[in-house]
Design a protein around this ligand. Structure first.
Ligand code: SF4
Ligand code: SF4
Length: 87
């Protein structure tokens, strides 16, 4: 069986699946999900930034599904009140 060269998208998809199924980051550390604290004002800015759609609206603030979050920090980068933080 020959090994075909992977396209960048195939490689990205493979690594995303690898990190999610093993809970190990690409640098070898354990993935720790982000958590949104009570400072959240539900502005929604973080939702479209999440590459894995881990953020949804909760009762009084946005919430992150820690079984999906890949610890990228994109939500924290756009939040006006620094509500998302690593657990
Ligand atoms: S850290 Fe990244 S993957 Fe996790 S909720 Fe924020 S944007 Fe999504
Ligand atoms: S960007 Fe910050 S304040 Fe806005 S919804 Fe997300 S966590 Fe809440």
């Amino acid at each position: 069986m020959s090994l075909l060269p992977l396209t960048f998208l195939q490689f990205f998809y493979f690594m995303l699946k690898y990190t999610r199924t093993t809970n190990v980051s690409l640098t070898g550390g354990k993935i720790m999900a982000y958590l949104i604290n009570d400072d959240c004002i539900s502005c929604g800015a973080c939702v479209p930034e999440c590459p894995v759609s881990a953020i949804s609206e909760g009762d009084d603030k946005m919430v992150i599904d820690d079984s999906i979050c890949v610890d990228c920090g994109a939500c924290a980068n756009v939040c006006p009140v620094d509500a998302p933080n690593p657990q």
